[in-house]
Design a protein around this ligand. Structure first.
Ligand SMILES: [Zn+2]
Length: 360
């Protein structure tokens, strides 16, 4: 990175800014075209006294979590021998068992602070290392658990083999549906219910401690990350919160962002997504494609499609953002891209093709 592109602020702020920029690149035109559609109430809500006009709405109280110490990480025992570790962006857990430490995930942004955090509570090494899924932003420091036995879903092993990242070692133990990892008196019940956010993304249940970890599905206090958390199987991702609620957990570990979750957080995200899905379906039905033809080159089908899908997403987002701007963090930031992803899923997964359906 050159000095001309360096971003100010803390490492977390720099990272977030960079991620937002990357995520919004593909929808830059939509963001512009959506602005007049989002309406005055939303436009006002997105302006904070602390931010330049046109940036982002204030973060609502529900999105705020504990302060991160100057060390750059927060580690807390949240149930018997189970520790939550976060840098305010990413989250992982570890369990201090009689056999050694069981660690789930290794976000690279926490990186070597993982070892420092574990050393504040035990001298034992990490003996068991579990992949929630294969994505490097959550597991790109798994190599730090050298000497541990690695566990992952079989498809995670296949995906790791494709890219051969030395920071994500291949698992020693794989499974297809269920695997119980017993360490000392502690049990971690791993289960796969099909593809959702990614192939091989698993449910990690700690029944004795009533904790469920499921990464990149529910974002307590926040709307999902861009494009429905960049998920690869949207019908599976949409179903996953209901699957999570079938577990008897009290504490939900989502892998992000500022705080722990609970059952209400899962239900609240279901409400947000259901409303967005309904509004997107409505937009597919009611959006007037004729308006597209007035603004693009009629000889350019890609330009037509882009304007059409951007218009659907903007119409849906404009209906949803005002209802959520005070309830979930980032509603003004990612609802548009989430609507875009839902529109595409409704079209190509669910067959709601609007004007591009079966020709009469
Ligand atoms: Zn992921």
């Amino acid at each position: 990175m050159t000095s001309s592109t360096a971003e100010p602020g803390t490492p977390a702020r720099r990272l977030l800014t960079r991620r937002n920029l990357l995520a919004s690149t593909g929808l830059a035109a939509a963001a512009v075209s959506a602005a007049p559609l989002l309406g005055s109430s939303t436009a006002q809500a997105t302006v904070s006294p602390d931010c330049p006009p046109g940036t982002t709405a204030p973060v609502p109280p529900a999105a705020k979590g504990p302060a991160i110490p100057a060390s750059g990480y927060l580690v807390q025992e949240i149930a018997d021998r189970v520790y939550w570790l976060t840098d305010g962006l990413y989250q992982m857990i570890f369990v201090t068992t009689a056999e050694g430490v069981v660690a789930v995930d290794a976000p690279p942004t926490i990186g070597n602070n993982i070892g420092r955090a574990i050393a504040t509570v035990t001298n034992s090494p990490v003996t068991h290392a579990i992949y929630s899924h294969h994505h490097a932003d959550h597991t790109g420091a798994m190599a730090l658990y050298e000497g541990a036995r690695f566990y992952a879903h079989r498809q995670v092993a296949d995906l790791l083999r494709q890219t051969n990242d030395p920071n994500r070692p291949l698992p020693d133990v794989t499974f297809d549906r269920h695997l119980s990892v017993q360490a000392g008196e502690d049990l971690l019940d791993l289960a796969y219910h099909g593809p959702n956010h990614s192939p091989g993304n698993i449910f990690i249940n700690l029944p004795a401690q009533r904790i469920l970890m499921l990464v990149d599905v529910v974002f307590p206090g926040w709307v999902p990350f861009a494009y429905l958390a960049e998920s690869q199987n949207i019908p599976g991702w949409l179903e996953a919160p209901a699957q999570a609620l079938r577990y008897p957990f009290d504490t939900y570990i989502g892998g992000h962002l500022t705080r722990l979750g609970n059952r209400d957080d899962v239900i609240i995200q279901q409400e947000y997504v259901a409303e967005l899905k309904a509004q997107t379906a409505s937009a597919i039905t009611t959006f007037n494609p004729a308006s597209v033809y007035q603004s693009v080159d009629p000889a350019n089908p890609w330009a037509i499609f882009r304007a059409y899908l951007d218009g659907i997403a903007a119409q849906a987002a404009s209906a949803v953002v005002p209802n959520w701007i005070d309830r979930l963090g980032g509603a003004d930031v990612y609802t548009l891209s989430n609507a875009y992803q839902l529109a595409e899923s409704l079209r190509i997964d669910y067959g709601q093709l609007g004007p591009f359906g079966i020709h009469p």
